[in-house]
Design a protein around this ligand. Sequence first.
Ligand code: NAP
Length: 484
Amino acid sequence: MLRILNYINGRLVEPMGGTYLDNFEPATGKVYSQVPDGDERDVEAAVAAADAAFPKWSRTPAAERFRLLMKIADLIDARADELARAETIDNGKPLTLSRSLDIPRAATNFRHFATAILHTHSETHVTEGVALNYTLRQPRGVCGLISPWNLPLYLLTWKVAPAIAVGNTAVAKPSEITPMTAYLLSQICMDAGLPPGVLNIVHGLGAKVGSAITAHPKITTVSFTGGTVTGREVARTCAPLFKKVSLELGGKNPTIVFADADMALTIPGTVRAAFANQGQVCLCGSRIYVEKPAYEPFVSRFVEAAKKLRVGDPLEPTSDQGAMVSKAQLDKSMFYVDLARKEGGTILCGGAPPTGLNERCRDGYFFQPTVITGLDDTCRVNREEIFGPVVTIMPFSTEEDVVAHANGTEYGLAASVWTQSLPRAHRLAEKIQSGTVWVNCWLVRDLRVPFGGMKQSGVGREGGDEAMRFFTEPKNVCVQVPQV
Ligand code: NAP
């Protein structure tokens, strides 16, 4: 059986403890590979390698860092079919999604930050008649990069690319639930000629490898994407060590549909926002508020579209929905559907695993797209992140009402507003408490814009200049200007 290895100091190595964890294929429910059960010894070796590599890498000319990152991007493209298939087997998402979104985006992440470092500028402030201040933006040292399972390569490279582009070195920990594409990335980095120690990848459990990274005194900077509960733990560990921390956390995102919305665009757009990647995108819109005059027709068209989504073997090109990533995620969706029933909700479609799967997928972790009505904002189903293909639809009366509904959870990651009224769209965008507001679209991403959450959806922003700033330290140099 294939054994994934850690990537430390430019080499693929066994975990020091010699033990491995089973890695399951979600579509079949069977173990198909093993992943290192890493621990603090592996993290220690990775930090030592990253620390040793830092002085040279941080002084490597930007043009050379650009060349290496572009080479990594080219190799991702060259191996895109293999990476997409590996990710689908590892994660359960449809191969079509992995091939069209995750893998191309991983290459784009490297290209985005490779080119960005060729165009940096620094600030200058003239203290008139006295001094000239200029700002050096310097890499911070060894960065700890912790990523989740839902977009495994996409989110890992979203951190790795900016961190190393600006001259840091890194110790990364992918989710142990989906380690395969990170392993393939290790091979790609070796093939690209990335110097040893610049990127190190340690596999294993969050409680062992993740916490060893966040607690390590030589790791100055931590970029974490994952759940809010884990984020709180990361913050607790990093705060007394005064680490620079970015936290990209959970969401319970509102989708707001006004009666004037173009329904030909809105129905497929909101269905995609609800169920993409089996609802396992932090940005998925899981609370759908519809203006009263449009409520009944919207619900029936939305349910009709949800029922048409084909749940099946993620390797089949005809499947719109694949498997949930794990048994735990499947159980979580089932738990919330049961809770919805207890809270008085009506299940309009889904609510159970599908029937008619092929033989290969008989024991996989599949769940049907599920639509619930009849719940209000006070219900747990509408307040807690489910992170599965389970959405609720609720009517609203006025703009003020819907803003209050949208802002009524502890989260503030993303929202989408569907209307043909531009003034109304702008008004809502200003009032909704979330890091991103999409108008008449969802998951349209420009990598230059700041990305992140408000409230308990996170602290800090990633993307474009924000990432370049996060991964560098601004130093002011003040030079006196003698007057003649
Ligand atoms: P998670 O359980 O919080 O895990 C995220 C990562 O942290 C994993 O690599 C995990 O390792 C590791 N980890 C666990 N405990 C840790 C600890 N004590 N110290 C350091 N690291 C630790 O999240 P998940 O279930 O993988 O991902 C789903 C969550 O991520 C959802 O809440 C989703 O909304 C959020 N998310 C947010 C964004 C965003 O941009 N805001 C994007 C994607 C996902 P293990 O896998 O071994 O536990």
